[in-house]
Every structure is written in C-alpha cells, then in structure tokens.
Design a protein. Structure first.
Ligand SMILES: [Zn+2]
Length: 287
C-alpha cells in the first residue's frame, strides 16, 4: 500500500469497470487484514486471514451494496461496524457500487466514514463519482487502480499496432518519441471516454504536464478518427482495434469534431493551466 494510504480508513476506488474495481477493493481488504509482518508482502496469500479472504469466508470482510442500498441497509452497516471484529483487530466493509446508494443513504454513512470505530475500514467502489455526494467523496481517499493497470498491460499484438499508429502520428521533432506506455494508457482512456465514460475519464487524466500533453494528442487523434469514420460512412482507420467501430456508433460526427477542438485547445494551452485542478475544471466545463 502506498505511504499516503496508510493512515486512511476510508477509500474510494474509482474506475470504469465495476467488476475490476470491486476485485481491487477485495484485494485491498485482504491487504488491510493480512497479518504478514512485512507490509510490502501484504496481502501475503499465506496467513490465516489471507486464506480466508481467498476462500471468500473471511468473517471480517463485509461486502455491502449489491442491491442493498437503502437507509436501513446503511444503518445495519453502521451497527455492524461497532461490533468487535471476529478474528483479528480489524474489519473491512466493501461498499460495492457506492453510487447506487441514494442521497439519503449516503448521508446516513457520513458520520461513520468520517470517524469509523477503531480498526474499521471502508472501501467504496464507484464507476460514477458524480453520483456520490461531495461530502462522501471528501471523506474518502481516492484510488484509481485502472491507471496503474494500464501501464503494465503491454505486449500483445493489438497493443503494438495501437502504439505504432498513435506514436507514429503524434511523435514530433520537438518532443521526440512519446513513451509507449503513456500512449497506450492514453489510448485506453480515450476508448473509455468515447464509450460513454466521459466524466470518469477526465478524472483519470495524468497530473504531470508532459503526460497530459501525450493524452491530449492521443485524444485528438482518436476524435479525428471517429470523425473521419462518421463522415465517410464507416471507413475504419487502418489497424483500428475491434472496439473502435462499436464506439463510433455511440457518437455523432459533430460531437467528435467538438471533442477534437476541446482537446486541441487543452493541448495548445496545456502550459497555461495553473495546476491539474484547473485542467479538470476546464475539461469538466467543456464536456
Ligand atoms: Zn496475509
């Protein structure tokens, strides 16, 4: 677990695939409960706690959400949270799809998120941060696991083609070659952006200016490709991957052109954003 996470007791796992972030949340829960002394090895997979977690029988990992999102359900969670752990000295509540809790239910969890009983942790997952109360978000530590996954997910043939296409088009003399892992991560984010996950995708833009620049250029090319596809009635760019066509059905030519402009402007004015928050504010306003 990264250093800054160690003192947190409520986490918000954000991403596009609920299944994937739920899985990540479960691993985080196992890590919190793992009794291996060397914290770098947690979850160790070998201690009694990890074995129970692996078998999905750990009595102190409470999976919540999953259709049980009423105020009464939240009250039940709160009641549970004040009971002592069954095995060790910690217990974890995983609230899957936390955005499915309505405002009233979310309000009911504010107090416990703010100040959980000792040894109690909350791990919330969400694919739609905008459906969460800002007061819930501010009480949790945000984690974006898909960002890290993207960087390690290299090496199959399809990805190689994408890298070739996107680095080829957007490397330039001034900046040299773009790092391939950044291009690939940007491409994947572009796909989720155009596949309907606009708001969430914006949150995943990198904070580092040089990396953001790569993202903008990849997004520009992606918008342009969608635009070309739409106005030529289905001419798929060479080497486009299989999701591309599907994504194109969801978006109009006009919209694609509009996105192109937004990302071009972001790219050209990248240096003028005071910080990443200013950038997010610009993108959220435009999109
Ligand atoms: Zn362990």
């Amino acid at each position: 677990m990264a250093n800054e996470l160690k003192n947190a007791h409520a986490f918000l796992i954000l991403g596009r695939s609920l299944a994937r972030i739920n899985e990540y949340a479960y691993t985080l829960a196992s890590e919190i409960l793992c009794t291996e002394e060397n914290e770098k090895k947690r979850p160790c997979g070998k201690c009694a706690s990890c074995i129970m977690a692996k078998n999905k029988t750990h009595p102190d990992i409470n999976i919540c959400g999953r259709g049980r999102t009423s105020v009464d359900d939240v009250r039940e969670i709160v009641r549970e949270a004040y009971l002592a752990p069954n095995v060790g000295d910690k217990k974890v509540f995983v609230l899957e799809g936390a955005d499915k809790f309505n405002a009233q239910s979310q309000n009911a969890m504010l107090k416990i998120l703010e100040e959980p009983p000792k040894g109690v942790y909350f791990v919330l997952t969400s694919t739609n941060k905008n459906a969460l109360l800002p007061t819930v978000v501010s009480r949790t530590f945000p984690v974006f696991p898909e960002e890290t996954e993207n960087n390690t997910d290299l090496g199959n043939g399809e990805d190689d083609e994408i890298i070739r296409q996107y680095t080829g088009a957007y490397s330039d003399a001034e900046n040299g070659e773009f790092p391939t892992e950044t291009v690939l991560a940007a491409y994947k984010l572009a796909k989720s952006f155009f596949d309907g996950g606009q708001k969430e995708a914006i949150l995943l833009f990198p904070k580092k200016r040089e990396d953001a620049a790569v993202y903008f250029r990849v997004f520009m090319l992606f918008s342009r490709n969608v635009f070309v596809y739409k106005i030529t009635n289905g001419e798929i760019p060479e080497n486009a991957d299989i999701d591309f066509k599907k994504i194109c059905t969801k978006i109009s030519a006009r919209k694609a052109a509009g996105y192109y402009e937004i990302f071009e402007k972001a790219y050209l004015n990248n240096d003028e954003f005071a910080n990443s928050n200013a950038l997010y504010a610009y993108l959220s306003e435009k999109i």
